[in-house]
Each structure stands twice: as C-alpha cells, then as structure tokens.
Design a protein around this ligand. Structure first.
Ligand SMILES: Cc1cc2nc3c(=O)[nH]c(=O)nc-3n(C[C@H](O)[C@H](O)[C@H](O)COP(=O)(O)O)c2cc1C
Length: 379
C-alpha cells in the first residue's frame, strides 16, 4: 500500500508494516506484556459512541482550541516519541515542522535524536519538552536549562516510566540498537531499501540533548541513553522541586489516578495527560479514556485534563473531548505515517485528521471542539 493511497491512520499502519523491518515496526507498534493495555485502549474508543444532534447546518465550524493558555488550530498534538531516528533520521524535524504548519503542539522527547534547539530552529516554534526523571541528578538541571534556553513554553514530566515496560515483541525479536550486521539485518536492508538508505547515508544515531552529560562519553548513544534519561526516583518531592525550578507551564504525563491528579493540581501543576504510554508500560493498565469520568467526579476541571493512548482518528479525538478531555495527543499514528512515506505521508495524515474532525463535527452537529461534553457520547 502506497502512502498516497492511505485514507486513515490505520491505512498508514498497514503501509508502515509493509515498508519497515519487522523488529523496527514491532518496536513502534508493540506494547508491554500481552498487550492488554493496547487492546483496552482501542476497545475504549470503540465502546463509546458519538450521538448526532439535529442542528442547523454547522457552517461556521471552528477547530481552534486553547489548552493551558496556549491557542492552537486543532484539538490534538504530537505526543513525545523518543528514538524515532531509527525509522527516519529526520523524524523529529518532519513531525515538528508539520505540527508548526498546522499550528498544533509538538512535544519533543528528551530522548529524541535531534536537540531541542535544532527542532526549535527548524520550525520557528519552540516545542513542548518532555523528560523522565534522570538517574543522575545533575542531568535534570541541565535538561531544564536547555528547555529554558530554547524557550519551550511547556515542560512535560512523564511519570509512568520509572522503569521501561517489558515489551515482549522486542524480547522475542532480539531487538537491539545500534543495528548489527547479522545476516538478518543485511536481508532487512535489501528488503527495505528506502529505510536502509535513509539509515546508512546518515551519521550514527545520537541523543544530542544529553551530550556532554556523562563523564567519559563524548557523544551519547543508545546504551548510555537508557542509563541517562530515566531511573531517577519518581516521587512527589522531585515533582515539587521541578515545580519550584520551572516557572512556565508544567504538565504531568502518564497519570491514571484521580487522587494523583488532585494532588498534582494542589502542587501547582498546570495540567495532566491521562496516558498509559500507549500500552507500552503496564500490561494491565486501564485505558485512559475509561478512567476520565473518575477525574471529573473528583472535581477536576476539564481544562486540567488532556488525553492520549489509542487515538487513531478524528472521531476518536471527538470521543475523548466529549468524555471530558480538553486536548488530545497521538503517538503511533504519526510514526506509522512517517514509516509509510516520510514527510509527505505525515502531512497527509494531518490533513486526514483535520478532515475527520470537521466531517465528524458536522455529522454530530457541533461547531467547536470546546463545546463537546458528555451529552455527545454514550456507551
Ligand atoms: C516509539 C515510541 C516512543 C515513545 N517515547 C516516549 C518518550 O520518549 N516519552 C514519553 O513520555 N512517551 C513516549 N512514548 C509514549 C507516547 O508519548 C504516547 O503516550 C503514546 O504513544 C500514546 O499512545 P498511541 O501511540 O496509541 O497514540 C513513546 C511511544 C512510542 C510508540
């Protein structure tokens, strides 16, 4: 399937599968354990239905949405995705440029293969910046400093990855990076020449945000990044310290408990992203969409709640917003497009999502994402 014949994120998934070595596709597509959380995510969207209302033709449809005081042209953004250089060496730049073009937020992962500054310069808009709690205390201050220098408007601290989830596809495939030169890798390079060419003509994968942070390493590569980027103590004390240091907007990502969310709000956190990391961490985690009503019942304001995990279409976005989120993020959908056909496919996916949103909103009789509420969905 060619990328220019794709009409949905799931079409791109299929095209991506055909275009990428199996272990790379599985690394992106797979999740933890039996992948129950991945299935729960997609099921949660299938189970909620959008209710169409009879209204005058929705002429003045407006997708503009604001979130934590920032204004965007649509109610979705690009979730933080580390290590995307293995599917395309320009991955972050392509995604960030497309996000800037469509005026939606791009969250760069600290473990990205392009630096925050490079991304900000390439698209003229500073990305939101996501980090884990690094094992080495001094890395935290250095990362915050880099985000500040690049003028990132929002810091996202991911709280669901104190260790990496057990991803069985990766274990079964013997997935490791950097790529070796076994017979399998050579055969993969022959079968997927576009992917291989893109990997070979470019320099080795780097993690520039961490450059210079580890004594004894001039540049930071795959093995070191695993040590560097996470593994620090994840507790309220460290979150409080980050809150004190970071003066701009601060978001916690990976929250699934309303009690944690209430505590975060009291601590001065600006918003949370309900997420199970796309089912990549805890096999038995609930779907974020399913727990959203508990957050509302706990008295949290819709504006405080964002959502990701399992979103594959404009209609999914509408479901998430109706169920009580103020904003949504997609992860894999953008990577599928990238694997399927690089920058043109990513641009096409943005157009598809926007089209799906506008058609969906017209069909349910709604003229603004901010007007969606529980009356728009039923189980
Ligand atoms: C390949 C890959 C890399 C990811 N890297 C990060 C990361 O560095 N930091 C982070 O907070 N989340 C990371 N995530 C999780 C995403 O930010 C997001 O929560 C998830 O992809 C949403 O689910 P979806 O893929 O079903 O849309 C990653 C996800 C994937 C698929």
């Amino acid at each position: 399937l060619n990328a220019d014949r794709c009409y949905s994120a799931l079409d791109f998934r299929y095209a991506a599968m055909c275009n990428t070595p199996k272990d790379i596709f599985d690394f992106i597509d797979g999740g933890a354990g039996n992948e129950d959380a991945i299935h729960a995510n997609s099921k949660s969207y299938q189970e909620l239905k959008l209710i169409p209302y009879i209204r005058d033709n929705v002429e003045s449809l407006d997708l503009n949405t604001s979130v934590i005081g920032l204004s965007y042209s649509a109610p979705f953004g690009v979730a933080p995705l580390g290590l995307c250089g293995i599917i395309h060496r320009e991955a972050e730049l392509i995604l960030a440029r497309a996000a800037a073009k469509y005026n939606v937020p791009f969250i760069t992962s600290a473990a990205s293969n392009k630096s925050i500054a490079e991304i900000a310069n390439a698209c003229g808009v500073a990305p939101w910046f996501q980090l884990y709690i690094p094992k080495i205390e001094s890395c935290l201050a250095l990362l915050l400093n880099k985000a500040e220098v690049s003028d990132c408007p929002v810091l996202v601290v991911t709280v669901d990855a104190s260790v990496s989830g057990r991803r069985l596809r990766d274990l079964r495939n013997g997935f490791s990076f950097p790529y070796g030169f076994t017979l399998r890798h050579i055969l993969d390079a022959i079968r997927y020449p576009r992917w291989a060419y893109n990997q070979i003509i470019n320099e080795k994968l780097k993690f520039p945000n961490f450059e210079g942070m580890l004594d004894g390493y001039k540049s930071v590569e795959f093995n070191e990044i695993m040590t560097l980027q996470a593994g620090g103590d994840l507790n309220w004390d460290v979150i409080n310290r980050i809150r004190e240091k970071w003066k701009k907007k601060l978001v916690l990502k990976g929250v699934l408990s309303e009690t944690d969310a209430v505590k975060a709000r009291k601590m001065g956190i600006d918003a949370v992203i309900l997420s199970n990391h796309g089912g990549r961490q805890l096999n038995n985690a609930p779907a974020p969409l399913s727990v959203l009503p508990r957050f509302l019942r706990a008295g949290l304001d819709k504006k405080f709640l964002m959502l990701d995990s399992g979103i594959r279409s404009g209609e999914d976005i509408l479901v998430g917003l109706s169920q009580g989120a103020s904003f949504t993020f997609l992860g894999r959908a953008f990577l599928y497009a990238l694997m399927a056909g690089g920058d043109e496919a990513v641009d096409r996916l943005f157009q598809i999502l926007i089209k799906e949103l506008s058609v969906g909103m017209k069909l349910i009789g709604c003229d603004s994402p901010e007007a969606l509420n529980l009356n728009n969905v039923y189980i």
